[in-house]
Ligand binder design. Structure first.
Ligand code: PRP
Length: 218
């Protein structure tokens, strides 16, 4: 009997970069997968037994950590935030390049040194990384958890700083914010549920090699 494998892919920006990588690894999803207007969430592929699910970036790690998905593509931002012991992340896929940074209103930033702050209120999707980052500098961070549109928080007086992903820098610029400190460089990794890697080794191990080759060939 063919081993059933579920592979979780993040929707949004990473999906576009993931499609050529999946193709190089030999995975051709059914056409609806690349159509973000489709309401379907699980998709067949040309590989017998292998289906794809399309979920939010943070949820990829949740599905894989709990073994609901065997494989996934997740940013190291998400992996660091949750530090799931159940996830093995063997391959840097070289896609989704961005950085996790602290930003603040441009008018505050001139001569501002994050090391001189004693307490900060920060809007972020990453309360753990944010608290750890500031704690290592002796600064206590009070995090306001948002799930998107972080850049609005300073403008509307919710917080003065944000910690969020920055790629082109356009979202910060258009909202009057500047980057003051980088917390981490981010790329996407192939992730695997550790228990599935043991019980379905013959099915999963070749995918790790294929994605290593597909990422190297980019
Ligand atoms: C991300 C991130 C920033 C933006 C940065 O959001 O949260 O808002 O991209 O990119 P830029 O530097 O190129 O402007 P995304 O568009 O992925 O959507 P999200 O808010 O749903 O996470």
């Amino acid at each position: 009997m063919k081993t059933e494998l579920v592979f979780a892919i993040p929707k949004g920006r990473i999906l576009e970069e993931a499609l050529p990588l999946l193709a190089r690894a030999g995975i051709e999803p059914e056409p609806a997968f690349a159509d973000e207007s489709s309401r379907a969430l699980q998709f067949a592929t040309n590989v017998p037994g292998l289906s794809l699910i399309r979920v939010r970036a943070f949820d990829v790690a949740t599905f894989v950590a709990h073994g609901a998905a065997d494989l996934g593509i997740a940013g190291n931002d998400v992996l660091m935030e949750f530090a799931y012991s159940e996830i093995y992340a063997p391959v840097d896929l070289g896609i989704g390049h961005c950085r996790l940074s602290v930003a603040e209103p441009a008018e505050m930033a001139a001569g501002d040194d994050p090391r001189s702050w004693s307490h900060v209120r920060v809007a972020t999707k990453y309360p753990n990384l944010t608290s750890q980052h500031f704690a290592a500098r002796g600064v206590q961070a009070e995090c306001v958890k948002l799930n998107g549109a972080m850049e609005l928080a300073p403008r509307l007086g919710l917080t003065q700083r944000i910690v969020d992903l920055v790629s082109s820098g356009r979202t910060l610029k258009e909202n009057g914010l500047v980057e003051v400190e980088k917390i981490a460089d981010v790329t996407s990794r192939l992730i695997v549920n550790r228990a599935a890697f043991k019980t379905k080794a013959a099915a999963i191990a070749p995918w790790i090699e294929r994605f290593r080759e597909a990422a190297g060939a980019a």
